[in-house]
Design a protein around this ligand. Structure first.
Ligand SMILES: Nc1nc2c(ncn2[C@@H]2O[C@H](COP(=O)(O)OP(=O)(O)OP(=O)(O)O)[C@@H](O)[C@H]2O)c(=O)[nH]1
Ligand SMILES: [Mg+2]
Length: 902
């Protein structure tokens, strides 16, 4: 009996166990499902990010900051494998570009299909001309994007290593490098399989312009170098000379080693090497460079030797000017802290220095986020990369042995400290580099494999790896903004103007009766007159406001001045304060950079050399030299003058011909100083105005937009709510309007020397003369009068020439007053410029109204016939056209949305 019982119990136990197991299985399954859902929802999205961050951080720390850590063989191979990476991102840009081109083509096709299907809908002259404008803009955009061009420009402080960075990035020694000031003008390096040097003909150039093919690397380098040296020499003598515009077409490393930037290979790549601000000191040359920087992604080079506490303030000031004056886009910039190899072992840790610099640059340039600042050793990367050449790392290097050896020799010489530091205690590596150095010294052949290995270390130790990585990431972010969108603006504006006209036509085709048509005609005419009046009155109001403000600003009263900006703001003239600040900045710059140095030099008897050096920082050498020469003359010729209440005074006798000549010389010297100062102030003022040009234009543009948006467009919408006329007028206007920058008249600053001359007559001793004099001798009882000869002072009327020359402070005051005087003129010029711009806006708006209304009137006239013929059929046809137009607009909208999201 026991046995069956036991059997039963066992069975029950098994069953129970089975049940529990199943339940457990279920709950494990559900728990695991929940867990996996949780991982999917909460963890996975962050995982990629986390991995990226980890990856970046480890790269950053290992390759940059942890100096002295040995780059192991594994790390090294890993690194090399890593270079051709990021293919998914590459696909992103390829896809984006392809998508843009596809949408753009579809947009054009969509319009052409409509034109083909409904030719009479496009028959009206206004629509025809609008269609032509669209076709032209569309064609231009297609060309610009097929293939698009990406520009990377180097800007930064003088001699910070910009050209070395460019050569290091392109893998070719093309941009001239020199310890002192070297680069000049614009050197554009564009990728192509052909090779050509183009030197454009520019005003005032003495160098040969033309095109050359088949030049050796060395010849190419020397030719560019000699053009730039020539320019610097001409600048020493000549006032007007446009800096060289040089283009080199040839192989560029980032284009051949495509994975570096992660851009599709059809994208044109150009690097632009620009000079430091010290070589750009006149408005014309500045304008040329601004146009390049504006469209480019910028690498901003800073010199490590300038970032210590003592120099940093000056560096930041210079950086601010470089970025502001060259009109760099702060949203697409990477900062390179070059020459970190010059860091001494006792210096503040690099991380600390960079951290400080990051926050200071963020503040100085008002950046939204902390900037990327990469520690860099351009020299190391330059020699290693150029020894390899511009070819892909996967194929054979095309650089000849002689060039290789030369560059490697330079690397061992220039970068010995860096190599020693990084090789550290790794005996094998140390030995390897030592052997290599011996091979180089002995002139032995260096094979590709060895060179690849050198290059890997150079990437790691120079910051090259980080730079390519950051460039790749940042280019993905700004690609649309930099490359795609600018090519499409005109397409959007012309497409909107065209489709808005089609809308108007479609609306008129819905009108059924003659009365309604006549009603509309009358309404439109009345609205046209009211709107026209309104626009005129808005413009008049604006003119008045601007005129009032300018009159106040001309009063030279600082309290009034500060109130003007606030009042303007309150009156809806936002941005007026920026204009005031811009002019104040020009005045402050002239005072600080030109007037003060000369005044201080005169007061402290500064050496001419020192003054010239200071002036050379801000003004072209000819002007700096003229001032210094005149200054030297003034200091010498006025030596004997006495100082009397604001004047240097001297007086010489009229018949003292030598003395008179000396007075004349002194006067001439002062006049020449005034002349030189006037010229320099004028040139610098024009430069400063050009530096502010974009800002001034933006202010004016936003002022005009504000007025249009707040007053004109609203009225337009109220007046023309029917037939979609409001949108048609506004779209037409937006397609028409363009902006013109201010131009300054010549000789803006024109003040005269305040020199006083006078003639005096004084009674004074002119010598001694013999005078017969009576005298008495003897006592009072026995007096005798005798005569004797005595020598007495001879006093006569003497004519004097007196010269009073303004002293240092007095001169500075007069120059400042001269500026203040000229500033009034400048305000008049700016006022006229603003008013003229608004007149253009007014004119173009009137034209847009007239054009659109004439067009709608023609359309209404046609409608009179249509309602009698085939109204219903026409309505149906226009429904189809509208549908077609809507789908075109959808493509247009997609195009914009997609190109705005990066
Ligand atoms: N120690 C060191 N020197 C460097 C480095 N990069 C460049 N240089 C040197 O700095 C000097 C100036 O270099 P460039 O490339 O001509 O400088 P730049 O900014 O183009 O100069 P400009 O165009 O004249 O403003 C040259 O002597 C270079 O060899 C670096 O990383 N370390
Ligand atoms: Mg340079």
């Amino acid at each position: 009996m026991v046995f069956p019982d036991f059997q039963e119990t066992l069975k029950q136990a098994q069953k129970l166990a089975q049940q529990q197991l199943e339940e457990l299985g279920k709950s494990v399954e559900s728990a695991s499902r929940q867990a996996s859902d949780f991982v999917k929802e909460s963890v996975e999205p962050h995982l990629d990010k986390l991995n990226n961050v980890k990856e970046e951080a480890s790269q950053h720390i290992e390759s940059v900051f942890n100096k002295g850590t040995k780059p192991s063989e594994t790390r090294e191979t890993e690194l090399f494998k890593k270079l051709p990476q990021n293919e998914t991102r590459m696909l992103d840009i390829t896809a984006k570009l392809e998508n843009t081109q596809k949408n753009l083509k579809e947009l054009g096709q969509g319009i052409e299909n409509l034109v083909l299907k409904y030719p009479d809908a496009f028959a009206d002259e206004t629509i025809q001309s609008q269609l032509e404008k669209f076709r032209q803009a569309h064609q231009e955009a297609l060309q610009r994007l097929d293939p698009p061009n990406l520009s990377i420009a180097t800007i930064g402080t003088t001699s910070s290593g910009k050209s070395t960075v460019v050569n290091a990035l392109i893998g070719c020694r093309i941009a001239p490098i020199e310890a002192g000031e070297m680069s000049a003008g614009v050197l554009t390096l564009r990728h192509s399989n052909e090779r050509k040097l183009i030197i454009e003909a520019t005003e005032g150039a003495t160098w040969e312009a033309g095109e050359w093919e088949g030049l050796s690397d060395e010849d190419l380098y020397n030719k560019i170098r000699s053009v730039m040296t020539d320019y610097h020499q001409i600048r020493q003598k000549q006032k007007i000379c446009i800096a060289p515009q040089v283009k080199v077409i040839g192989s560029l490393f980032p284009a051949l080693e495509q994975s570096l930037l992660g851009l599709p290979d059809e994208i044109g790549i150009e690097l632009i090497d620009l000079p430091g601000l010290k070589s750009v000191q006149d408005a014309d040359n500045l304008a040329v460079i601004q146009s390049q920087v504006n469209k480019a992604f910028c690498l901003v080079a800073l010199d490590y030797m300038q970032v210590d506490d003592q120099h940093r303030k000056r560096l930041l000031e210079e950086l601010k000017q470089v970025v502001k004056y060259l009109q760099g886009r702060t949203d697409s910039m990477i900062f390179i802290l070059n020459r970190v190899d010059q860091r001494g072992s006792d210096d503040v840790p690099l991380e600390e220095r960079i951290g400080k610099l990051q926050s200071e640059i963020q503040e100085t340039l008002s950046l939204e986020v902390l900037p990327d600042i990469l520690p860099f050793n351009a020299r190391l990367l330059y020699s290693a990369q150029c020894a390899w050449g511009p070819g892909s790392l996967k194929s054979k290097s095309l650089v000849d042995q002689q060039t290789r050896l030369k560059l490697l020799k330079a690397m061992f010489q220039d970068c010995a400290g860096t190599i020693k530091q990084y090789v550290g205690k790794d005996k094998n590596l140390r030995g390897w580099f030592r052997d290599l150095e011996d091979q180089v010294e002995d002139g032995e052949n260096i094979d590709d494999e060895t060179l690849r290995k050198v290059l890997r270390y150079a990437y790691q130790w120079s910051g090259g790896e980080q730079l390519w990585h950051r460039l790749r990431v940042r280019l993905q972010e700004s690609f649309s903004e930099l490359v795609i969108l600018p090519a499409l603006f005109q397409v959007f504006a012309s497409c909107d103007a065209l489709t808005a006209k089609i809308d108007v036509l479609a609306e008129t085709r819905k009108i059924k009766s003659q009365e309604e048509i006549q009603d509309q005609q009358a309404k439109i005419e009345a609205s046209r007159q009211r709107l026209s009046k309104k626009v005129k009155s808005v413009c008049r109001k604006f003119h008045k406001k601007v005129e009032d403000k300018v009159e106040f600003l001309k009063k030279d009263d600082t309290v009034l001045r500060s109130q003007v900006g606030q009042k303007a703001q309150a009156q809806g003239l936002q941005g007026f304060q920026i204009l005031i600040d811009a002019i104040d900045e020009i005045e402050a710059d002239l005072t600080e950079k030109l007037i003060c140095p000369v005044r201080n030099a005169l007061k402290n008897n500064l050496g001419t050399y020192e003054l010239e050096e200071k002036l050379n920082e801000v003004i072209a050498p000819t002007y700096a030299r003229n001032i210094t020469k005149a200054y030297d003359l003034v200091s010498r010729k006025c030596q004997g003058f006495t100082h009397q209440s604001g004047y240097w005074v001297n007086e010489v006798c009229q018949d003292d011909s030598k003395g008179i000549q000396e007075l004349r010389d002194a006067e001439r010297a002062v006049r020449s100083l005034y002349f030189a100062m006037r010229e320099a102030l004028s040139v610098r003022a024009e430069f400063m105005l050009q530096a502010q040009a974009k800002q001034l234009e933006n202010v004016l543009q936003s002022l005009a937009e504000q007025i249009l948006n707040e007053e004109v467009f609203d009225v337009c919408r109220q007046e023309f709510p029917d037939l979609k006329l409001d949108e048609a007028i506004i779209a037409e206007f937006k397609n028409r309007i363009s902006q013109t920058p201010p131009t300054l008249p010549e000789n803006l600053f024109n003040f005269s020397a305040n020199i006083k001359q006078s003639q005096n007559k004084n009674k004074e001793v002119v010598g001694k003369q013999a005078v017969q004099e009576d005298y008495t001798t003897g006592s009072c009882f026995n007096k005798k009068t005798k005569t004797r000869t005595v020598w007495k002072d001879k006093i006569e009327q003497v004519e004097y020439q007196k010269l009073e020359l303004p002293d240092a402070d007095n001169m500075a005051r007069q120059w400042s007053a001269g500026i203040a005087q000229e500033e009034k003129k400048l305000w008049d010029i700016l006022r006229d410029w603003m008013i003229n711009h608004l007149k253009t806006v007014d004119f173009e708006f009137e034209q847009s109204i007239d054009d659109t209304i004439n067009f709608v009137n023609r359309s209404l006239q046609e409608q009179l016939e249509i309602i009698q013929r085939d109204f219903e059929a026409e309505v149906k046809r226009w429904d189809e056209i509208t549908l077609g137009k809507d789908s075109v607009l959808e493509i247009r909208q997609n195009l914009e949305n997609e190109s705005r999201t990066s």
